[in-house]
Every structure is written in C-alpha cells, then in structure tokens.
Design a protein around this ligand. Structure first.
Ligand SMILES: [Zn+2]
Length: 407
C-alpha cells in the first residue's frame, strides 16, 4: 500500500468510534467493504454493556464542578466528605470509609476492590493533562469485570479541576448519577484467506477508539496496516491459512478479542501464532515487538530485523492489547508497535489524529511486519513453540486480575 493510501484511510475514518456505538459499526462496515475485495469477509457481533446517562453532577463544598458520570456505575445519589487518595497503602485506605474518594490514574480492578472493602461510597477520577489548555473530560465506564455488579456512583473530571479542588481544600462532596443500562452490540470484522493446510495464523488490530479520540494512531494505524497485509496476502501464496480480525471494543477491556477467542475456542488449537498491531506508523518513536510466548521468538525477530536493517526493540512480555486474550488461550502472540514518547504523540484524547502519523513510516512498519508474517505463513512448519512459558502465564494472571502483584 502506498503512503497516500494509508493517509487516505485515516482521512476516511477521522471520527470518534467507541465500542458499541453506531460510529463503531460504521467503521466496521468500512473495513468489511475494503476486505471483500480480498476474500471471504464476515461481521461477527457480540454483546456489550451500554448505558445512557440522563444526569451526572459533582458538587464540592456547594460549587458544581464540570464532570462526566461513569457509565454502568448504576444510579444513585451520595453526599459525603471528600477524600483525595494519592497513596493506596492500608493506612491510607482506612481513611476511605463513608467518603467520596478521588484517585489518580485509571480505576483498575484491585483499587476498586480496595475502595469497596474500605467503605468508600463514591469515587472521582480525573483525566486529561494539567499542562494542556483544553478542559475536555473523557467518558469513562465502570467495567463489569471491575465492579462484579457491586457499583457505587462515580464521575470523571479534568486534571486541572482535580488540582483546583485539592488546592482549595475540598471538604464535602455530592455525586448525583442517573442512567439507564442495557445490552448493546459491538462487532469484529473477520477476513479468511485459506492456505494449503488446516493450521492458520491470526492477525489482529482494534479499530475502535475512546470517547474523545479519532484514534488515528491508536489504532486505525494498526487496522490500516492489517488492511495492507490482507491486500498483500490475497495475491501472494501462503502455506498456512490466514485469518484477519479487526477487533471492536478493545478500549473497553479487549472485549472484541475476548469475544473472538470465546466464539472460536475450538479452532484455536490450529492457530500457530497471533500477530497483533497496535499503534504503528507514527512520525516519532521506536519500534517494538512484545512476545507473549517463548523467548526464542524474541531472538528470531531481533535477528530478522537486523538482517533486514530495521531498527527494533524486541522483548518478552504481556502487551495491553488484543494479543492478550489469545495468549491466555495458549496461542503464542506477538504485538508490534511504534511507540512515541508522550511529548510527541498522545492517545485517548482529541490529539490522536492523522497528524501523528506518516504514510512512509506506515509503509515501512507494515513492510517489516509483512516480511515476518510471510516467513511464518510459508514455513514448512511454523517454528514457534506452542507451549506458554511459566513466566508468561504468571504475567497473564496479573494482567487479567487473577493474581495480585505485591506492591
Ligand atoms: Zn490501542
């Protein structure tokens, strides 16, 4: 695919497309439309939690503060002392009882369990950047695997607002949240290019975005890379079957790849390798490969890149993307990404546009991943060991909240 064609795809998908929204569906149809030129294409739907918020407010010491309510955090009203919780040691957590608690960063699974166990009655998170001029607020959700049905009302505010609240000595808060929750639908786009044998290689990239973002870099870049690879392999012969999956609702907790893994569990025993693309082609940044599988593959990719003169930092680990649910089912996986430093490219906000990307870099990154995929796809036998190493199993347990890492 030529550099201009990549940029054309970004221009045609320059809209917000959160998981389960009509815009996400529109983008799925756009991808499926392009795929039909390459082979048998299907849109596979799956159920996702949805909510319409009719009222969300945060009042601190009598002053209403700009906020967005958490989706799927139930409806309710709480009035309580306000507490900022910068540390999460047992001593700090003990202060939460009966309070509305503001935390730093994402509200992850273990922190939410800590808040509930320590008696918090409401929560506040903040997003954005205190050094940016905008006052945008990301639309967050309380994921069902985080809440496990135990909800308390919560809101998200801008980072600058959070600073103001603490500076002014916030004492009492009130959260009002009203919403209707229901089941909606997200979808994966699946393209099959049969090979000479039953075993196949799986390619994944998510095409959804977060609430403020056009998601050009994260991750129409990987989705476009996958389209270029599908185009390439639709013309080139290959021994292994190839399945391309453009995953929906990745930003909502890898829901598309989880749905794919669940719906195709029986076929996964024939899957030799999962190759995932999440964020490539950026103007700035270094190229990495993250292997959730045997260490030999890390070395193989490093040697191959050196042979081709392509700069890379390969490592073993668990990447926060659609490769992980597949790896958790025992499929060796590798994620490729070009990671820019935060002062040259930022994601999950309105600054993630095509301006972060370069057509020539898209072409170069895709060419390298294609060269690697081509070797695997035409191997007499794909050399990657099917056994998931113990250290990776442990990392998956941590990532998927089955085990808690000691602080
Ligand atoms: Zn992503």
């Amino acid at each position: 695919m030529r550099p201009e064609e990549f940029m054309q795809i970004f221009a045609e998908t320059a809209y917000v497309r959160t998981g389960g929204s009509p815009e996400e569906r529109r983008c799925a149809e756009y991808i499926a439309q392009r795929c039909r030129a390459y082979g048998q294409t299907a849109i596979e739907p799956f159920a996702v939690d949805m909510a319409d918020i009719s009222r969300a407010s945060l009042t601190v010491d009598g002053r209403e503060v700009s906020c967005k309510g958490y989706l799927c955090a139930g409806s309710g009203q709480v009035q309580a002392p306000f507490l900022y919780l910068p540390n999460t040691d047992a001593c700090s957590l003990a202060e939460c009882r009966g309070k509305i608690v503001m935390v730093d960063g994402y509200l992850g699974y273990w922190l939410y369990q800590d808040l509930l166990e320590n008696g918090a009655v409401g929560f506040v998170t903040y997003s954005g950047d205190a050094n940016y001029t905008d006052w945008e607020i990301d639309q967050r959700e309380l994921r069902s695997y985080v809440s496990q049905g135990r909800t308390i009302p919560g809101v998200n505010i801008n980072a600058k607002t959070a600073i103001e609240l603490i500076r002014s000595g916030a004492k009492n808060g009130q959260i009002v949240l009203e919403q209707e929750q229901y089941q909606g639908q997200s979808q994966n786009v699946v393209l099959e290019l049969p090979g000479l044998r039953q075993e196949y290689i799986l390619f994944t990239a998510h095409y959804d975005s977060t609430s403020l973002s056009q998601g050009a870099y994260d991750n129409m870049s990987g989705s476009a890379g996958l389209l270029a690879m599908a185009e390439h392999f639709s013309r080139a012969p290959h021994r292994y079957g190839l399945r391309f999956v453009w995953c929906g609702s990745e930003e909502r907790g890898l829901l598309g790849s989880k749905a794919y893994a669940a719906a195709h569990e029986q076929q996964l025993k024939d899957c030799a390798l999962c190759i995932n693309l999440d964020m490539i082609g950026s103007v700035m940044g270094k190229f990495i490969a993250c292997v959730t599988g045997e260490e030999k593959l890390v070395h193989y990719i490093g040697y191959m890149a050196s042979e081709l003169g392509f700069g890379i930092e390969p490592r073993q680990g668990v990447y926060s993307s659609d490769s992980t649910p597949l790896a958790d089912k025992g499929v060796p996986a590798v994620s490729f990404a070009r990671l820019a430093s935060h002062n040259t490219a930022t994601i999950h906000n309105s600054y993630d546009t095509a301006a972060l990307l370069r057509g020539e870099q898209m072409q170069a990154d895709t060419a390298f991943i294609t060269a690697f995929a081509e070797r695997m796809a035409n191997a007499v036998r794909c050399p990657v060991g099917r056994e998931m190493p113990e250290n990776m199993k442990e990392k998956l347990d941590y990532y998927l909240n089955r085990k808690r890492e000691k602080k």
